[in-house]
Design a protein around this ligand. Structure first.
Ligand SMILES: NC(=O)c1ccc[n+]([C@@H]2O[C@H](COP(=O)([O-])OP(=O)(O)OC[C@H]3O[C@@H](n4cnc5c(N)ncnc54)[C@H](OP(=O)(O)O)[C@@H]3O)[C@@H](O)[C@H]2O)c1
Length: 169
C-alpha cells in the first residue's frame, strides 16, 4: 500500500480561496481523477478534511470508485451528517475523528493507493510524517499568481504553465 499526497498549487504555494479552488483546469481535474482512482481490481481511498469535503459539489460526492474518508472532529450526528467513527452513511463514505486511526483503518482495508487530497490543515499535519508515512507527493504547479487564503507548505519550481511533478521522498 502506498500513501500519497496530491495537491495543485500556484506561485507562492496557494491552494485555495474562500473554501474553494481559485482556478479550474480540466487537465488537472483529469490528472487528479486518473491518479486517485484505482485501476482494475485495485481499491483506492481519498482522505480529506471536512472543509474540502464541503467544497465538493453535492452531485460529485462521494468521489466515484474510491473510498472517501473525511476527517472531522464533530461527532454530533444531529449537527451535521458526520457520524461516529467507522459509521458508513453511504457506500464508500467514512468519517473519522483523528488522523492516526485513519492510517490504521487503511492498513486493515488493504487499499492499493491512499491519497491525501487536502486541504491546508490536513497537508500541514502530514509534513512531520513525510519521511515515515508518505511514499509520494504529486504536485501540479500552476505558474500564475492567484489570491489565496489556504497554502501548501512545500514549494517547488518547474517550467510550463501547469506541470505535474511526482516527488519521490
Ligand atoms: N489546490 C488543491 O490541491 C486543494 C486540495 C484540497 C483543498 N484545497 C482547498 O483548501 C481549502 C480548505 O483547506 P482547510 O485547511 O481550510 O480545510 P481542510 O483541511 O479541508 O479541512 C479542515 C477540517 O478538517 C477537520 N480536521 C482537520 N484535522 C483533523 C484531525 N486531525 N482530526 C479530525 N478532523 C480534522 C476539521 O473539521 P471539523 O471542523 O468538521 O472538525 C477541520 O475544520 C479550500 O479552499 C479548498 O478548496 C485545495
Amino acid at each position: 500500500m502506498r500513501f500519497n499526497i496530491i495537491v495543485g498549487m500556484c506561485k507562492g504555494g496557494g491552494i485555495g480561496l474562500n473554501g474553494s479552488l481559485p482556478w479550474h483546469f480540466k487537465k488537472d481535474m483529469k490528472f487528479f481523477q486518473k491518479n486517485t482512482t484505482g485501476i482494475g481490481n485495485n481499491k483506492n481511498a481519498v482522505i480529506m478534511g471536512r472543509k474540502t469535503w464541503d467544497s465538493i459539489p453535492v452531485n460529485y460526492k462521494p468521489l466515484k470508485n474510491r473510498d472517501n474518508i473525511i476527517l472531522t472532529r464533530v461527532q454530533n450526528k444531529e449537527e451535521y451528517p458526520r457520524p461516529q467513527i467507522t459509521d458508513i452513511i453511504r457506500e464508500n463514505m467514512y468519517f473519522f475523528p483523528d488522523i492516526d486511526n485513519v492510517f490504521e483503518f487503511c492498513y486493515k482495508r488493504d487499499y492499493h493507493d491512499v491519497w491525501f487530497i487536502g486541504g491546508e490543515e490536513i497537508y500541514r499535519q502530514l509534513i512531520p510524517s513525510l519521511d515515515t508515512k508518505i511514499n509520494n507527493i504529486y504536485i501540479t504547479m500552476i505558474h500564475k499568481d492567484y489570491v489565496c487564503d489556504a497554502f501548501f507548505l512545500l514549494q517547488i519550481e518547474c517550467g510550463g504553465q501547469i506541470s505535474h511533478r511526482k516527488l519521490l521522498i
